[in-house]
Design a protein around this ligand. Structure first.
Ligand code: SF4
Length: 316
């Protein structure tokens, strides 16, 4: 049986498919050689789906005035493809598999670019203020879906943040299916997600706790649906050293009566060094995990904060 993996949507050219306007591709090695071991891809080329063919005339984004929307115009012949681009985006988004847990967009593209795409208004010099039409439509429809441009995957912090969100969403949906949408299933995944959320936002941590408490006696399906949105909103806030120190200190609370004075000194020293950014999160969490295992604090050992996605990605 093949192992199930998260499904990620991706701009087709990033997988090496020759779908660009000039007949080329923009294969991203991290995506095709590493990420592909751990996730499945659903690739889309919106411009190909518009029926423009390969090769095709290049397009740009234009804005007639401050109040008007972005328009997609062909570079040489000046054809306005905006309506076709919107219609195609709507169709593609409607046909996206429900299982998609994230999206990787090709940067700078008038269709797929997520940010700082060139927009022409007055004169020949564009401003980098746009978002591709397909990317914009997709992000409006799925506002809590984790998204990133391929260029940002080479930044370890941004890559880690994206993968953390993707795997959190995937685990949640897997648990939803496995537990048949039961409240017990939600309570269990929430228990394991708590400190991961705390490492991103204390507000989200409190709100998710209240939601799972379900004082309003909502149906389990409604609570699951609200939980997914709130979890993803919470994890969109980046983690910081300060927030992770908070997680370490909370965890230490479970150990304080079990550690001898030597262990206490050594763990506090490592945590202080991490807070001062003189040692890594990996070093701090490895020591903590060692102590949690030694003193059999099972409640914390399986927290997702210690392995939010397959360890092999660490330092990617
Ligand atoms: S950036 Fe988007 S539209 Fe352009 S070739 Fe790649 S997938 Fe197609």
């Amino acid at each position: 049986m093949t192992e199930k993996k998260p499904l990620i949507g991706i701009s087709s050219c990033l997988l090496g498919n020759e779908v660009r306007y000039n007949g080329g591709h923009k294969r991203d090695r991290f995506v095709t050689d590493q990420l592909s071991k751990w996730v499945e891809f659903h690739s889309v080329c919106p411009e190909l789906e518009m029926g423009l063919g390969v090769p095709r005339e290049a397009v740009n984004l234009h804005r007639a005035n401050a109040k008007s929307g972005l328009e997609m115009i062909t570079v040489k012949t000046g054809k306005n493809l905006t309506a076709l681009a919107h219609k195609t985006s709507t169709r593609l988004i409607k046909n996206l598999p429900n299982e998609i847990c994230g999206y990787i967009f090709k940067k700078d593209s008038p269709s797929c670019g997520l940010e700082r795409v060139k927009v022409y208004s007055k004169g020949p010099v564009p401003e980098r203020v746009g978002r591709g039409l397909y990317a914009e439509a997709l992000c409006s429809e799925f506002s809590h879906l984790p998204v990133i441009e391929e260029g940002r995957l080479s930044d370890p912090d941004q890559c880690e943040h994206f993968l953390t969100q993707v795997f959190a969403l995937w685990r949640l949906r897997e648990s939803f299916a496995k537990s048949k949408a039961s409240m017990a299933g939600l309570q269990e995944i929430h228990r394991r997600s708590k400190y991961l959320v705390l490492s991103h936002t204390t507000v989200g941590y409190s709100r998710l706790g209240r939601l799972v408490g379900n004082a309003e006696k909502l149906s389990a399906k409604v609570v699951w649906a609200q939980y997914e949105i709130l979890l993803m909103q919470s994890l969109k806030t980046p983690s910081t050293v300060k927030k992770r120190v908070n997680v370490l200190q909370h965890s230490l609370g479970f150990l304080k009566d079990r550690l001898d004075s030597k262990e206490k000194r050594s763990v506090l020293k490592v945590f202080e060094r991490y807070a001062a950014e003189k040692t890594s999160w990996d070093a701090a969490k490895t020591l903590l995990l060692h102590l949690l295992e030694k003193h059999e604090v099972h409640y914390l050992i399986d927290q997702f904060v210690f392995e939010p996605f397959p360890e092999e990605f660490s330092g990617a």
